[in-house]
Design a protein. Structure first.
Length: 617
């Protein structure tokens, strides 16, 4: 029976396999495969269908039922619900029943600068061809009822929203669901591309995941064999975490009905959420996933989340979306590589703060296009960056560069396969720390000399001059704080400091993993000779390391516990960095960018660490 089930499962996943293919994949003799197939055909578990000069094996409903009946015995077998083809996604269900007393309105009605959360969500759905929207409301139901009348939406009321979870809300929408649909929670704000990429994914039952956010309320996910395996908010239950669900899912009509049947037949817990019902059927059926590791998004569960959304997440999200619409990206690629525009496929944003990065498909191969941000030509020597990037490639720290214009700063490099950009959360894992410190030690100990030095006082003076030219302003007590910061250069000179080749911008986003065994260090525009403790301080502060995290990180790099002198150098560099990047933020905002409270937050932390350094003395 086991061989029968395994062959049925394999054919369910790929009907185009030959008998020899089946034999190789399952390590079963060709004669045995032939015999099993004859039995399956005779008992009508499969049928043959003519395909060109040959034929394919199609699993019948009777065959699928046989797999279903034996799943509990053969736990590792999963059924493929749908063929890997694009479904016709024309509906969306928005779950908006949850209570938000501290706001007084449902989360969807919170304002985001010039639009509400729900209006933005509906616009994104409409732009992707989805106008048939079902909203499940509960708390302050009248708000959504009025919106439904205004927009021509369908609305369902969950009167028991205080005592039920999201699965009950989803179940209540069943009378309106007619086909494949997108399921979204109403407290989410996310990039426009999230919906398009989810719709375009060939898995018709598919969860959207991204890197761990560190929000404290993550639904962690483990993927096995390319499909959903585990969901939990308790990270201690995982051997491996592949990311977190953010609350956007694509469901096929068949998949939804399987979830609904499981819920209606077995559920005795009214508080269960749909993610766990989805996982329940994932024991039997293949639930796919798509991971967008650099997606900008956030949820609004409370006032702290809302403040973070307004001050940090949403400004970053809007900048990222605006650039992809306004830049003539294809012309950059055509001019750089001397190719026809027709050979350029999809272009999607791929992160970036100083510059803007885009993933570009050219003739079925992926590349990264880097376009410098506005005004960066005044702040960065692209000539130095080009030479230092070549050093990074020589040391096998970065990917191959296909094109680099040292006048414009436009760069095209190879895309990192199976790329996973580090986040502040994932950077805290010891395995990742060992990989990042290995890269940094390789650079610092290379004995190579870069053509330029990273002069912190010179950088401060440069940014101050550019800020004056841009009619920008610094903070009210800037001059007082500036004197204390500049005086630290003399303190640093009296310590045991040797200038070595440094990256100088070791934010987590500049470390990119390729699978489990390889990591790259990218974006060398601030690189130059410097105290290597700058790189360690930058990584610690940008990843928001705790004292314990930082101690482990430094110990791995040094091979021993850091002494007081090392800790002092680290703290001085943290002050330098917060002070410098706060001026950088003021300069960028003077030119029209919006960074929320990013600049003042860094400036205030610099002042706090100045006091801490004084205590160390």
């Amino acid at each position: 029976m086991e061989k029968i089930l395994r062959i049925l499962q394999l054919l369910n996943l790929n009907r185009n396999l030959s008998q020899r293919d089946i034999s190789k994949k399952l390590n079963i003799s060709l004669g045995k495969v032939n015999g099993v197939l004859k039995t399956l055909l005779k008992d009508e578990y499969i049928v043959t269908v003519k395909s060109g000069r040959g034929f394919t094996y199609n699993v019948t409903h009777k065959g699928i039922k046989l797999i279903e009946e034996n799943l509990k015995e053969y736990d590792d077998i999963r059924i493929k619900l749908n063929e890997n083809t694009l479904g016709n996604v024309k509906q969306a269900v928005i779950l908006g029943a949850g209570e938000r007393k501290e706001f007084g309105v449902p989360a969807g009605f919170l304002e985001l600068k010039d639009e509400r959360v729900i209006d933005r969500m509906l616009n994104i759905l409409r732009d992707n061809g989805i106008e048939d929207v079902i909203i499940v409301a509960g708390y302050e139901y009248e708000s959504y009822e009025a919106l439904a009348r205004e927009k021509g939406l369908k609305i369902v009321r969950n009167k028991k929203y205080k005592w039920t979870g999201t699965m009950e809300s989803l179940a209540l929408a069943k009378e309106y669901i007619e086909g494949d649909f997108i399921l979204i929670e109403n407290d989410l704000v996310f990039e426009e591309r999230a919906i398009k990429e989810l719709i375009d994914n060939l898995n018709r039952d598919c969860v959207l995941i991204t890197n761990e956010s560190g929000s404290g309320d993550e639904a962690f996910v483990e993927i096995r064999n390319g499909f959903l395996y585990k969901i939990s908010k308790d990270k201690h239950t995982f051997n491996k975490i592949n990311g977190e669900m953010i609350g956007i899912t694509k469901l096929s009509y068949d998949g939804f009905n399987k979830i609904l049947s499981e819920y209606e037949m077995y559920n005795e817990n009214p508080y269960v959420n749909y993610e766990y019902c989805l996982l329940d059927i994932g024991r039997y059926y293949n639930i796919g996933y798509i991971k967008i590791d650099d997606l900008v998004w956030g949820e609004i569960d409370n006032k702290d989340h809302y403040t973070n959304m307004i001050n940090h997440v949403f400004p970053r999200l809007k900048r990222k979306e605006l650039e992809i619409r306004t830049l003539g990206l294809r012309s950059y690629i055509v001019d750089a590589l001397k190719i026809n525009e027709e050979s350029i496929g999809h272009i999607i944003p791929a992160g970036g703060m100083t510059n803007k990065n885009y993933k570009v498909n050219i003739k079925d191969k992926a590349y990264i296009l880097r376009v410098p941000g506005a005004g960066t030509e005044e702040m960065i020597s692209r000539r130095d960056e080009k030479r230092n990037s070549e050093v990074g490639c020589k040391l096998n720290l970065d990917t191959k560069i296909l094109y680099f214009d040292e006048t414009t700063g436009i760069k095209i490099s190879e895309f990192i396969k199976d790329a996973e950009t580090l986040t502040g959360t994932s950077a805290k894992k010891e395995k990742n720390m060992r990989m990042t410190t290995e890269l940094l030690r390789t650079l610092h100990n290379s004995k190579l000399k870069l053509n330029n030095s990273f002069d912190i006082i010179g950088k401060i003076e440069l940014y101050e001059g550019l800020l004056i030219n841009a009619n920008g302003k610094n903070f009210s007590d800037y001059n007082e704080v500036r004197k204390k910061v500049v005086d630290l250069k003399e303190v640093l000179n009296n310590l045991n400091v040797e200038e070595l080749p440094c990256h100088n911008d070791t934010v987590p986003e500049n470390f990119v993993k390729s699978g489990e065994g390889r990591m790259y260090l990218i974006d060398w525009e601030y690189s130059g000779m410097n105290d290597p403790m700058w790189d360690l301080a930058a990584h610690s502060i940008e990843c928001n390391f705790s004292e314990d995290d930082e101690e482990l990180f430094l110990s791995i790099y040094l091979g021993e516990t850091p002494n007081d002198e090392i800790r002092k150098r680290i703290l001085i560099h943290k002050i330098f960095q917060d002070f410098l990047w706060s001026i950088w933020t003021n300069l960028k905002e003077a030119k029209g960018d919006d960074f929320g409270t990013y600049g003042i937050d860094r400036y205030n932390r610099a002042k706090k660490n100045l006091n801490l350094l004084e205590d160390m003395k």
